[in-house]
Design a protein around this ligand. Structure first.
Ligand code: CAA
Ligand code: FAD
Length: 379
């Protein structure tokens, strides 16, 4: 692996860091406390090109590589993981799949506004009774010749109320099991499509997580992505890239916690010296930093393999598994290093700890990442 970032990659990281410090940090505590969706901030992210980073410029994107995306995700996640989850979903689960598998008409109509950040998208795979067990789709897309009739409920959908376009996974041919599933593009406002109330969550409280209900929603055939029955393979492929995005989110949460902890440990005095002079605190910092570097290298390995067009299924799963555990461990230690101040909102680390937990759950739980890794090893 070449560990040297290019000038362009470093410029992207700097732009993301500046944006996060100037535009996301003010108000992040208030947005978390009051569960406010960061609509203004996401709009700005679209204007700056953070929502379609890897899409070709001809479709309104930034034409960048996955490494640049990882660096930007880390910087934005250091400050506000509610913003970075919208960014990850739009880039990885919506735009990437549409660019790779969409028709020319789908790219013109949907990808262009999504990649340029005029609108945002959502990806709806999970259901009340099908989360990890994603092949057991209950939502049905009945084939009615020129359209599909969509019925069912999706759970926990990120960008649930703020999206304009939804990629919905549904079963068309139950006898064919996962090979009968389709991925359909559904627009907000279609008759029979309703959105449930916002979930009241432990972390990423700004992010708008909703259930989606479909009752006889007519989806034109031209809104199917790929061939009949390609939907599950489509979902798994976008999730491989998505897992790099969420691993980068976890990395950002962890490295944000480390930066705050180093600063605080140097400032806070106990027993006549800075707490950073106590070896117990130094060892916490060194463990956090070492695990963060290891997570970063796993993520970069997956990103580089993706950019080279090689298989990165195992590497993405390893990166997410390790980075999400690192985020959890590092944020717990960050709260400990901050003592009582770590337990109150002004010091940010308690929010980072709450936000870290979701990275072990969505886009495949840690248990599912272990299954993916083991299956790749034993193939
Ligand atoms: N990449 C490509 N293909 C994959 C794959 C991967 N990572 N994982 C599975 N597949 C393929 C298999 O090769 C198989 O295809 P074939 O039959 O053509 O060989 C097919 O998918 C079914 O796989 P399995 O037979 O292994 O099925 P399974 O039911 O035993 O296991 C699973 C499948 C891996 C557990 C899968 O259901 C899974 O990944 N579950 C987790 C779901 C998930 O990640 N949800 C995230 C929702 S989006 C989200 O969360 C967004 C957000 O928060 C912001
Ligand atoms: P379950 O699958 O019921 O799992 C419960 C527990 O059992 C977990 O610990 C799990 O690891 C374990 N388990 C399950 N099967 C096995 C097994 N075979 N071996 C060992 N352990 C197992 N989904 C979307 O489609 N789109 C989104 O945008 C989206 N955003 C989300 C945002 C938030 C805030 C949340 C909370 C969830 C989101 N999800 C989204 C759903 C998320 O992907 C699922 O919650 C996740 O995949 C787990 O599914 P589940 O909640 O049904 O848990």
């Amino acid at each position: 692996m070449d560990f040297q970032y290019t000038e362009e990659q470093m410029a992207v990281r700097e732009a993301a860091r500046e944006f996060a410090q100037n535009e996301l940090l003010p108000g992040v505590i208030d947005r978390d406390e009051h569960q406010k969706f960061p609509a203004e901030q996401i709009k700005m992210m679209g204007e700056l090109g953070f929502l379609g980073m890897m899409v070709k410029p001809e479709y309104g994107g930034g034409g960048m590589d996955t490494v640049s995306y990882v660096l930007a995700m880390e910087e934005i996640s250091k400050i506000d993981a509610s913003c970075s989850v919208s960014m990850s979903v739009n880039n990885s689960l919506v735009c990437w799949g549409l660019e790779k598998y969409g028709t020319a008409e789908q790219k013109e109509k949907y990808l262009k506004p999504l990649a340029s950040g005029q609108i945002i998208g959502a990806f709806a795979l999970s259901e009340p009774e099908a989360g990890s067990d994603a092949t057991s789709q209950r939502t049905t897309a009945e084939d009615k010749d020129d359209h599909y009739l969509l019925n069912g409920t999706k759970n926990w959908i990120t960008n649930g109320s703020s999206a304009s376009v939804y990629i919905v996974i549904a079963q068309t041919h139950p006898d064919k099991k996962h090979k009968g599933i389709n991925a359909l593009i559904v627009e907000k406002g279609q008759s029979g499509f309703t959105i449930g109330p916002k979930e009241n969550k432990m972390g990423i409280r700004g992010s708008d997580t909703h259930s989606l209900m479909f009752s006889d929603v007519k989806v034109p055939k031209e809104n199917r992505i790929g061939d009949d029955g390609f939907g599950f393979s489509f979902a798994m492929q976008v999730l491989n890239g998505g897992r790099i995005g969420i691993a980068s989110q976890a990395l950002g949460i962890a490295s944000g916690a480390l930066e705050l902890s180093i600063k605080y440990a140097k400032e806070r005095k106990a027993f006549g010296k800075s707490i950073s002079d106590h070896q117990a605190i130094q060892f916490k910092l060194s463990k956090m930093a070492t695990e963060i570097e290891a997570a970063r290298l796993l993520i970069l390995q997956a990103a580089m393999k993706k950019d080279r067009g090689e298989s990165f299924v195992k590497e993405a799963a390893m990166a997410k598994l390790f980075a999400s555990q690192t985020a959890m461990d590092a944020t717990i230690e960050a709260v400990q290093i901050h003592g009582g101040y770590g337990y109150v909102k002004e010091y940010h680390v308690e929010r980072l700890m709450r936000d870290a937990k979701i990275t072990q759950i969505y886009e495949g739980t840690s248990e599912i990442q272990n299954i993916v890794i083991a299956r790749e090893l034993l193939k």
